[in-house]
Design a protein around this ligand. Structure first.
Ligand code: PHB
Length: 398
């Protein structure tokens, strides 16, 4: 080898080693703002179990020497001031390079200006109000929008039910669901029998379900935050005998969230919902996910759509870290996010819409049935494939 070539070769070796050394020293700090206490603690628990399972199965695939340090903060529920303070501390004091979690919309909205100001990418694991991703170029979403489920739900319901009563939690995802459902339903000729908005904090669902019953609709369409609230509204529906009066219960999949089905009981049988994920989905990737979940958390437990949001967001975080060889540059990260795709998510193929940084995914019609003696959201059909957020699509066309 000529001297020049030798120098070039040794330079390239030391450059490679140098890179490897940098990677070896690299700890990436990730802030997680999640709901881990209060009435919605089970939501954060579902999300956390989802992303922790991903970490357990994939940590070894990070570039050599790269470590993730997760700094977890509990926002206690829909509390924007709290979420903003926590995000501020994570950015300024802990110097996190990325923020994830975000169970609740008001909390995600509250931290959007901080993401822009500090150039910190925010990967949303749950919060589902359409507008969120428009509030900062550093936000991307790996969960769903309420428009993705409630618009097709409305179109489908118009073919099945003459009059539907809507009952939603009185905050932005509830408003999104009500607007989207009503549009889909009315556009296809349905008649809204009445509408009610219910408090998001500690609601008593009895008076609202009574009003729904009194309106004598063919079905009640409800949105509430999943978890224990879903069980409480289902109980009110059953206790007041709406099922016996022939009034069906329909909604986005939040109303029959998989992990709560055993607590809800047989009143759920026949409940129809539209959603992007069901633990009963028979895709091979979901079967593997469920097997891993049961091995880790117990044979009688189920993940929810929120767990899959946690799993998929962590997959996207791994993707941006790997593509940058163990670093996170905010602008490069957001460029990479726009090309993110996973044909094998437990929910089916997903990708990020490069124009909006929002999730693109399939939407399923499901019915609660007993499978092997266990209540399950059985997917009846894929009602739409590769669905972008309809709210953004509609507003783009204007
Ligand atoms: C939200 O606040 O965006 C949210 C919370 C719980 C859900 C769905 C959406 O089940």
């Amino acid at each position: 080898m000529a001297i020049k070539e030798l120098i070039a070769a040794s330079l390239s070796v030391s450059l490679t080693l140098g890179l490897a050394d940098t990677a070896r020293a690299q700890t990436i700090k990730i802030g997680v703002v999640n709901t881990l206490s209060g009435g919605s603690a089970t939501l954060g628990e579902m999300i956390e179990k989802g992303y922790k399972l991903y970490l357990k199965h994939h940590e070894k695939s990070l570039p050599p020497g790269v470590k993730l340090e997760l700094i977890v903060r509990d926002d206690g529920g829909p509390n924007p001031d709290n979420a903003k303070r926590l995000a501020q501390e994570l950015i300024v004091r802990d110097k996190v390079q990325l923020i994830t979690g975000l169970t609740y919309t008001p909390n995600a909205i509250a931290i959007a200006p901080l993401a822009t100001e500090a150039k910190v990418p925010v990967f949303i694991m749950n919060a589902g109000t359409s507008v969120i991703t428009t509030l900062s170029p550093y936000i991307s979403r790996y969960s769903f929008t309420l428009w993705q489920s409630c618009l097709p739900l409305g179109e489908w319901a118009a073919r099945k039910f003459k009059r539907v009563y809507t009952a939603v939690s009185d905050y932005s995802p509830g408003h999104d669901c009500e607007t989207a459902f009503t549009k889909g339903y009315k556009d296809k000729g349905g008649e809204v029998a009445g509408s009610v908005r219910m408090p998001v904090a500690s609601p008593d669902f009895i008076p609202f379900m009574q009003r729904a019953k009194d309106a004598k609709p063919n079905a009640v369409m409800a949105f509430i935050p999943a978890g224990r609230q879903a069980t409480a509204i289902m109980k009110a529906y059953g206790d007041l005998g709406l099922d016996k009066a022939g009034i069906k219960f329909i909604g986005p999949g939040d109303i029959t969230t998989d992990e709560e089905l055993p607590n809800m009981g047989d009143v759920t049988l026949g409940v129809l919902s539209v959603h992007h994920y069901s633990a009963a989905g028979d895709r091979p990737a979901n079967k593997a996910f469920i097997a891993a979940w049961k091995k880790e958390y117990g044979d009688k437990t189920w993940p929810s759509f929120m767990s899959v949001g946690g799993w998929d967001a962590m997959d996207a975080i791994f993707y941006v870290i790997k593509a940058q060889n163990g670093k996170i540059d905010p602008d490069r990260t957001m460029q990479l996010v726009k090309a993110y795709k996973n044909p094998n998510s437990p929910r089916g193929p997903i990708s990020i819409d490069p124009d909006t940084r929002d999730i693109v995914q399939n939407i399923y019609l499901r019915e609660v049935r007993k499978v092997g003696g266990v209540l399950a959201n059985v997917e009846l059909e894929t009602i739409a494939t590769a669905v972008k957020d309809p709210w953004k699509e509609i507003n783009k066309k204007k």
